[in-house]
Design a protein around this ligand. Structure first.
Ligand code: DGL
Length: 291
């Protein structure tokens, strides 16, 4: 089984794309709802919570875990890979969701959306909408600098958005907020054109249509779930020992540290296949917010 971890249920956007792309692969999803949102937490808290959830997924039998949470990936992934895994789980692997996005923007041909003319130049500006912790980590800027130094990155923190989506807020609450964050990002650009945008939080694709409506028509929105699914497929091709393809439909198990009934109900709004979340009995500690 491959583990998919998120602070809440935003990672279901990633799980859905993974499952469509790899229908015979089993997955175990874990949402740390009891401790969400992560975006306002300190790096040490995010690291500790992420490490604990990844260890839980390893304990459930996963040898590969996707951090389907930008905040966890931005803040904790590198430290997990460099310090924790080699020492404690040398045969297990953790992958994140940032690099697949940046590789797409940096290396792939630049398509336009249907009906609009193709760009005849490389993108020059990239907007990143993300949680406060992801923006503060600088991970997107760092990864872009390594792969596409020509790109100018403009980051926009959206501190209230993931929490409201997680709480099931309606569109009339979310739409003005998205419009405000898009406006704040545009103000950072001045006269420059916004070529491309990353929704750098797993919850934001759930309101992608609101971002699309608020962004300039020619700005390209790169789909993180899609890119993550392509990237995992390529990874499994290179590491066949990590895949466990079985019968259709492959098993998907879902766990939460929060209230399983509430999460099952909320998830049914966003995930086409019925997922009955189970409460994790041994993962119940709740961390207070310090940020
Ligand atoms: N799912 C997290 C991410 O992708 C954000 C939600 C949160 O703040 O917990 O960044």
């Amino acid at each position: 089984m491959i583990g998919v971890f998120d602070s809440g249920h935003g990672g279901l956007t990633i799980l859905q794309a993974l499952q469509q792309r790899l229908p015979r692969q089993g997955f175990i999803y874990l949402g740390d709802h009891a401790n969400a949102p992560y975006g306002q937490r300190s790096p040490d808290e995010i690291f500790a919570l992420t490490q604990q959830s990844v260890a839980t997924l390893f304990g459930l039998g996963c040898t590969l875990v996707i951090l389907a949470c930008n905040t966890a990936a931005a803040v904790a992934l590198r430290r997990l890979q460099q310090e924790w895994l080699p020492q404690h789980f040398p045969h297990h692997r953790c992958l994140g969701v940032l690099v697949p996005m940046i590789e797409e923007i940096a290396h792939n041909p630049w398509h336009s959306v249907a009906g609009q003319s193709d760009w005849d130049r490389q993108p020059e500006t990239l907007g990143v909408f993300a949680t406060r912790a992801t923006v503060a980590s600088g991970a997107y800027v760092h990864e872009v600098m390594k792969r596409a130094p020509r790109l100018r990155v403009f980051q926009q923190a959206c501190p209230d958005l993931a929490g409201l989506i997680e709480a099931g807020a309606e569109e009339d609450v979310l739409a003005p907020l998205v419009t405000r964050y898009v406006g704040e990002l545009q103000a950072q650009l001045g006269d420059a054109v916004l070529d491309s945008v990353v929704l750098g939080c797993t919850h934001y694709p759930l309101v992608e249509h609101l971002f699309r409506a608020a962004l300039p028509e020619n700005t390209r929105l790169v789909s993180q779930p899609q890119r993550t699914a392509e990237s995992l497929t390529a990874y499994l091709f290179r590491h066949p020992e990590m895949k466990r393809f079985g019968q259709l439909p492959a098993e998907i198990r879902a766990y939460t540290t929060g209230n399983a009934e509430e999460v099952t109900l909320l998830a049914s709004r966003y995930f086409p296949r019925h997922l009955r979340f189970q409460q994790l009995p041994n993962h119940a500690h709740r961390m207070q917010h310090h940020a």
